[in-house]
Write a protein that binds this ligand. Structure first.
Ligand SMILES: Nc1ncnc2c1ncn2[C@@H]1O[C@H](COP(=O)(O)OP(=O)(O)OP(=O)(O)O)[C@@H](O)[C@H]1O
Length: 595
């Protein structure tokens, strides 16, 4: 997947208009009943509008000319009644359409969210989170107007246009043709604007997405920015991105601004042509004055939908880019998914085997080469090696966050590609260095390990990993809100909570990327003790940074340059005087046994 960075515009392709519209249309299909009601209400309003001129002509040519006041009052009464009915229908239509367009956007947002959640790590590697957010939030919002306009403006106005056109031809075909004389010119001009405007709108959305990603990144990293006093630098980057976004917006809107004058002047020119032809026809005795007046009413009824359809077309052009950006994501298939024939993985014992595994994140840059090893169920393995050696990659493959390029990963002798992701991952506990806690209570954060756990189980898990005492000291105990990412807790406390969460999940295989943070000695002791309890009776892979953890593990595997070079106990490996010995001499030797 092509990589994209914060300041880099996303690449885009212009999708066929018809394809895009029909795809957007499919979102309306589930609401066809509601849409039908809306359209029926609109037709009612339209019919009333359409017969108004007929009544007017009747009133002028028949009742006023014959001074028939009774007849005139009757026509006026009927017209008033119908128009009140039309007003009520119009109100109901707006209300109903508001609900439908909101529901459509909601289902699109749900689809997108559910789809993105299934996407593989490689998708998230390929672009900043802020850009994904921009699509889920900003681009979907943009489509709401499009959907509500399409039903309230486009479909009814097309209908209205067709009906008015028929009425005009019935009334007088010469005047009808005169009205339409300017249409080809208007249509041509609009298509030209569209062709130029679409790439500009795409550019604007990309720039806005860049800004979103930058803002997201800089707020997430605000501690680093303030810590290094680089606020000015950040602000300058932000301002220049805002300027770029504004420029791209101005360039796109410049074209769209041509729409209104274009339609209005076509309306004006079209009306002049009608008057010119109409007056000549009246003088020639071809039509009555009432017919001309009635016709001029149709002329404005003809141009109003044209205006609205053009406006909709304008919105469409503006928002095509958003639709393209949403569909682009919906079209990405997860690299990693359960195969159709995948089976449920039964409760595992936890033996693991890597067989001749080759892997690279990016083509041509191998990270693991021909890695093979076997781990017995219940064995604890410390993975050690220089930074960038491939330790995290091994555990990423074991959890099937990525697939191997070649070779197999087996658990209890079963190739992990043949079982469902859910049944595989639900038996694994993964704890990363950067403990992720949600903005919720401590109880809810621990319960994440087992969603149906009772409060007692949660407490038992917390006690087992020594988290209970500090939790009870917080103002609301287990119900204390810990804010986003647990920012109100110390690093050690966050780790203890994540241990409780993992213990509650009771995975058969545990993956622990041990944090190297400097925490006070007392918490450190609690954390070490917590780790020991977690590792007990389960297969575990620890990317170890503490000498104490390394020694507590049953076996140490040394990774160097994407290859496992040594495997054995601390003493055995030291005696070999190989890679582990060098690592020990350069790194671990300086760490006290307790840290
Ligand atoms: N998502 C990724 N996309 C591209 N390359 C990656 C990605 N993740 C890791 N790498 C590269 O793969 C190599 C192995 O990385 P890995 O994270 O497995 O190392 P590690 O041994 O766990 O390092 P550390 O101890 O620093 O965490 C490194 O060269 C790294 O730059």
């Amino acid at each position: 997947m092509a990589k994209n960075t914060v300041k880099q515009d996303e690449k885009f392709t212009i999708t066929g208009k018809r394809e895009l519209i029909s795809r957007l249309f499919t979102y309306m299909v589930p609401y066809r009943n509601e849409v039908t009601i809306v359209l029926t209400l609109m037709v009612l309003v339209m019919v009333v509008g359409l017969i108004n001129p007929y009544f007017t002509r009747q009133a002028i040519d028949v009742y006023i000319r014959n001074e028939d006041m009774k007849g005139l009052a009757l026509v006026a009464g009927i017209m008033a009644g119908l128009n009140i009915l039309a007003m009520a229908a119009s109100r109901a239509r707006i209300y109903k359409m508001g609900i439908v367009s909101n529901k459509i956007v909601l289902s699109m947002r749900e689809d997108l969210y559910a789809h993105i959640q299934k996407l593989s790590f490689s998708f998230f590697d390929s672009r900043p989170v802020g850009k994904i957010l921009a699509r889920v939030v900003g681009d979907v919002n943009a489509l709401q107007t499009l959907f509500s306009n399409s039903v309230t403006s486009f479909l009814p106005h097309i209908l209205q246009l067709a009906m008015v056109t028929v009425m005009m031809f019935i009334l007088n075909y010469k005047l009808a043709l005169a009205t339409m004389a300017v249409m080809p010119l208007l249509g041509g001009a609009m298509f030209m604007i569209e062709a130029k405007a679409r790439p500009r709108w795409q550019e604007f959305r990309s720039k806005r997405s860049n800004l979103n990603a930058f803002t997201h990144e800089s707020f997430a990293g605000v501690r680093v920015i303030q810590g290094f006093a680089t606020e000015d630098d950040s602000r300058k980057t932000h301002d220049s991105m805002v300027t770029e976004m504004m420029k791209s917006f101005m360039s796109a809107i410049f074209l769209n601004d041509f729409f209104w004058p274009l339609v209005e002047s076509s309306w004006g020119i079209g009306s002049c042509v009608v008057y010119f032809v109409g007056v000549n026809l009246v003088f020639a005795g071809d039509i009555s004055l009432g017919t001309l007046i009635a016709f001029t009413m149709y002329v404005s009824m003809f141009w109003r939908p044209v205006m609205n359809i053009s406006n909709f077309y304008n919105t469409l052009i503006t928002n095509f880019a958003s639709a393209e950006r949403i569909f682009e994501i919906l079209d990405i298939n997860p690299d990693i998914e359960s195969s159709e024939k995948a089976l449920e993985m039964k409760r595992i014992n936890g033996s693991v085997e890597f067989r001749n595994v080759d892997f690279s994140y990016e083509d041509g840059i191998p990270v693991l080469t021909d890695v093979s090893f076997k781990v017995e169920a219940g064995e604890s393995i410390a993975l050690v090696g220089e930074t960038g050696a491939g330790k995290t990659t091994i555990v990423n493959l074991l959890s099937r966050f990525y697939d191997t390029d070649s070779g197999d990963v087996l658990i209890d002798g079963t190739d992990i590609r043949t079982v469902t992701l859910e049944s595989l991952r639900s038996q694994m506990g993964i704890m990363l260095q950067d403990t992720f806690l949600f903005a919720a209570t401590i109880r809810e954060n621990i319960r994440y390990g087992k969603l149906d756990a009772a409060d007692e189980e949660i407490e038992r898990a917390a006690r087992a990993v020594n988290a209970h005492d500090f939790i009870m000291k917080l103002e609301n105990g287990y119900d204390t809100e810990i804010r986003e990412r647990g920012s109100r807790l110390s690093v050690g406390q966050r780790q203890l909570i994540s241990f409780a969460r993992a213990l509650l999940a009771d995975p058969r295989i545990l993956i622990l990327d041990e944090a190297t943070s400097n925490i006070d000695t007392q918490t450190e002791r609690l954390v070490q003790d917590g780790i020991k309890k977690l590792l007990k009776n389960r297969t575990s892979f620890v990317i170890a940074h503490r000498l104490s953890t390394i020694r507590d593990c049953d076996r140490i595997m040394v990774i160097n340059g994407g290859v496992i070079t040594e495997s054995g106990t601390h003493e055995e490996l030291l005696a070999m005087k190989g890679d582990y010995y060098s690592l020990y001499m350069s790194q671990y030797r300086f760490l006290s046994e307790g840290a």
